[in-house]
Design a protein around this ligand. Sequence first.
Ligand SMILES: CC(C)(COP(=O)(O)OP(=O)(O)OC[C@H]1O[C@@H](n2cnc3c(N)ncnc32)[C@H](O)[C@@H]1OP(=O)(O)O)[C@@H](O)C(=O)NCCC(=O)NCCS
Length: 155
Amino acid sequence: MAIKLRAVRNEDFAALHALDQACFAPGIAWSKAELLYFLKYPGNVAILAEDAGVPVGFAIAGTQRRQGKLLGRLITIDVDAARRRRGVGEALLKAAEERLREAGATTVLLEVAVDNSAAQAFYERHGFTRTGRIPGYYLGRIDALVMEKEAGEAL
Ligand SMILES: CC(C)(COP(=O)(O)OP(=O)(O)OC[C@H]1O[C@@H](n2cnc3c(N)ncnc32)[C@H](O)[C@@H]1OP(=O)(O)O)[C@@H](O)C(=O)NCCC(=O)NCCS
C-alpha cells in the first residue's frame, strides 16, 4: 500500500461520508450536515489518505483557546476497516499533529468512546494519556474518555 496524503477537496465529500458511516455505529457516525460542519468550520484542517487514488481514510483537526493557550483538537480519524493496522492512521495522525503544531497548538486533545479499545490503543501508542471522562458523551449513554498529548511529547 503506497499511501498519499493530501488536503480534502469538495469532491471528496461522498467518499468521506461513506467512510465515516462505515467507521462508526448509527447515531455516532455523522450526518452529512455534521460532516460538512466539521469540514468547513473556520480553521479546521481535513486530510485525506489515498491508496492508488482510492480514499482509504481521513482526519479532521482544529484548534480552540483554553485558558489562554491554543489547544489542538483531533476531531476524528477514520480508516477503512479493510486497510487498518497498516499505518494509515499513524500517517494521518502525524500529518494532523504537524498542522496543529504549525497553527501554534501546545497540546492536542481528543475524545474517544470508552468502548473503542482499538482507538484508545492507537492513541496511547502515540503518546496520548487519559485526562478525563465525559459521562454520556455519545448517544447520551456511552462515556467518552478525554485523551491529551503535550507539545513536549514530540508534538
Ligand atoms: C483507530 C484507527 C484510526 C487506527 O487506524 P489504523 O490505520 O489501523 O492505525 P495504524 O495502522 O497506524 O495503527 C498503529 C498502531 O495503533 C495501535 N492499534 C491500532 N488498532 C488497534 C487495535 N485494533 N487493537 C490494538 N491496537 C491497535 C497498534 O499499536 C498499531 O500498531 P501495530 O499494528 O503495529 O500493532 C482505526 O482503527 C479506525 O479508523 N477506527 C474506527 C474509527 C475510530 O474509532 N476513530 C477514532 C475516533 S476517536
